[in-house]
Write a protein that binds this ligand. Sequence first.
Ligand code: SAH
Length: 375
Amino acid sequence: MTEIKLVFDEPKQRVKPPVHFADLEPDARKARAVELGIPGFRANQMAVHFFTHYSDETDTWSDIPKDLRETLAKEFVPKLITLVKSVTTDSGKTRKDLWRLHDGVLVESVLMRYSDRTTVCISSQAGCGMNCPFCATGQSGLTRNLTAGEITAQVVAAARICAAGELPGGETRLSNVVFMGMGEPMANYNAVMRSIRNITTPQPDGLGIGARSVTLSTVGLVNGIEKLCDEGIPVTLAVSLHTPDDELRDTLVPINSRWKVREVLAAADKYEAKTGRRYSIEYALIRDINDQAWRADLLGRLLRNRNAHVNLIPLNPTPGSKWTASRPEDEAEFVRVLEGYKVPVTVRDTRGREIDGACGQLAASEIISGDEKAK
Ligand code: SAH
């Protein structure tokens, strides 16, 4: 089996990704054009190409003079992400894409088509510094933050795939975006917010996906949740709780040593009060670790008077993990106990599991074997 090393040697000194149109606010796009001696209205044309037609191929931008297209390509739409490979499952309805960034760093996104919606799960960081022991991304630490352009580019690529009819079932519209790929979005706050504005701003200045269809998932960085309260963008907030008690949470979600369960829930409540949006509690069910009926009972008591919804995720075991998903009867009992407290609860499907594309499995490995990661 030949091993192909896809990642270049880590640069000693990180070279910043080139500035992209999507890193800038609409006014700043215009200002930068003018600075470069390009009329401001060209920024509007670029926005239409990028956010309405999902195109960054400037040679096809026929409403722009040929000699200008090259400048625009360099100054506004440099290629930030390059597809390394795609792996599909569910008859093509789930697709995991591996992207190489300008410095050789790898990240993944997952596109999932359902009967009523199409969702892309994107990465906000290469790697992650949160170190949750059950999550594949956390195992090798944080490589670096992604820029707003790099985050947005994953969404634009997904929108392009949908519009081009590349998913089975034909042409469709990308309807949902979840920040549940690699990384902790609250630890890369500014770039994530800029990308959320790109996603939610109506076309042509953004992709025009409703804020409610965008989910930001966090380990519970309280300072970030509090900042989000003041942004005026009612995205769906998801909090990765995984257990109602601090003792276990200190090990499952190590940042719990900084912000305790009560503080995290208080911040989520504040967000709910400000936006009127019900939040999600994510809970990966791990056999004999956090799936006991007494923990369901404690969780039910914690949440019964809150506007929260519990999303149970059967654990997707990561390579070498000693942990596995709960027994079906324990999962059913967990659901039953929560329902007893009238807490809305759903069990998430495990889409993409076979291609290491399910929750917590994204970990763009540096060495990828010639034959599909040895599968
Ligand atoms: N850092 C953010 C987003 C990352 S992942 C967060 O933690 O919320 C999105 C969800 O997948 C999180 O709830 C995360 O805890 C969960 N997850 C991570 N590893 C998992 C695994 N092995 N099985 C199931 N869910 C997992």
